[in-house]
Design a protein around this ligand. Sequence first.
Ligand code: ADP
Ligand code: MG
Length: 471
Amino acid sequence: MTEPKHTLVWNNCLNIIRDIIRPQSYRTWFEPVKAVRISGAVLTIEVPSNFFREYLEEHYIDLISKALKRELGKEAKLEYNVRVVTGEDVVTFPQQPTQEIKNKSVPFPNQAGNITNPFVIPGLQQLEIDPQLNPHYSFDNFIEGECNRLARSAGLNISANPGKGTFNPLFLYGGSGLGKTHLAQAIGISIKKQFPEKIVLYVSANRFQTQYMDATTVKNKLTDFLHFYQLIDVLIIDDVHEFAGKPGTQNAFFHIFSHLHSMGKQLILTSDKAPVDLQDLEMRLLSRFKWGLLAELLPPDYSTRVEILKAKSYKDGITLPEEVTNYIASRVSTNIREIEGTLISLLAQSTLTNRKINLDLAESLIEKLVTKNKPEISIDRIQKLVCEYFRIDPQHFLSASRKRELVQARQISMYLSRNLTKSSLASIGTQTGGRDHATVLHAYNTVCDLLDTDRSFRKYVVDIEKQLKSS
Ligand code: ADP
Ligand code: MG
């Protein structure tokens, strides 16, 4: 049986490449590659991951290109398919730009040509608004866990009924790197898929603010600005805490919000704090934020961290040894952005130093990362230490029991959480067995009083705080 042409051509290239590069590099970077197709002078090869493709491009493209031109002439071109392993299946997709998500064009009351909104694709009589959605932030890529279950399911619900349900606005809040932007975008993408005629727009609060400022400097532009936003069916504003202390922007946003809400349009807002903890925002806005559903994104629990590591490494075509996954999941716990960062560093280290990904490599990498920036003090850690200090069972600690020593331990832990972490009162409460922000505030004030009046109590708190800061 003769080999198909693409295999012959690629094998000839490999013969050349093998003689030139180190055997170890050849095994790492060329053995996993398969030729899949040839069409004219274009050879398509399949690579295990995007990371892999980028590495080939960066280090070997000249070499491959020379070898290929020898085989196919000056016109020779190389294309990639990236293989993605999803559970049992192997899915391949061509490395083409992901399909753009678009809005239909809409008539604009004023002259469309003059509007200087950055989201408007110029040159059209009618407006075409770029939805500003990033296809990578889809629900498919969003791992479900205890930490995001409510927010995710609210998001799915809204995607199926934008503007119709009671979840309007959807207010997503939580610390940095916990998936607010990803989830808000996923909702937008999913709505576009199910309701292509809806006009969706994602905008960061900062960008909204800049646009508003620009609009105020030119006559009549403010009306355009307001009209523009009133055209939107699904408006996603990311990081609304940035509106703090900017009354003009808040006022403009208030009018847009009210208009859209009354027309049954969907609003999705994200913030690093719950509305009760937001400062320097107008009451009328805060109260409207609470009209719909407030959903908090919490730091990922251990099993979600493991799932995220697995999913992200699969996507890069790599299966991490289980001990490595577990090790990273136990050491990097603050947020998902950090988990991703650690994984990328690990892949890069292994590629660049030609070392296999194993526990040694992961440990040495994390040692470096951890000594560089000490892990942030998390509510988790505070609770663990408080429980150890008072010899309390963590389950009792989180329970509803009002036993004196439990109440005191919880109060100390909530006090320290407020002082030593960036978490909101509401978030501290949720993570302390589902208590509300008023309970946390009360605990905080109680501890402050006791610190002034009770010396042995003061010693407990100081001791625990010292341990937290030194470990
Ligand atoms: P935030 O907006 O809350 O600061 P992001 O949405 O930017 O956080 O998330 C930080 C990173 O973590 C992004 O790359 C995002 O894709 C990823 N991420 C967050 N949550 C998840 C999740 N549940 N599953 C997979 N990836 C996630
Ligand atoms: Mg964000």
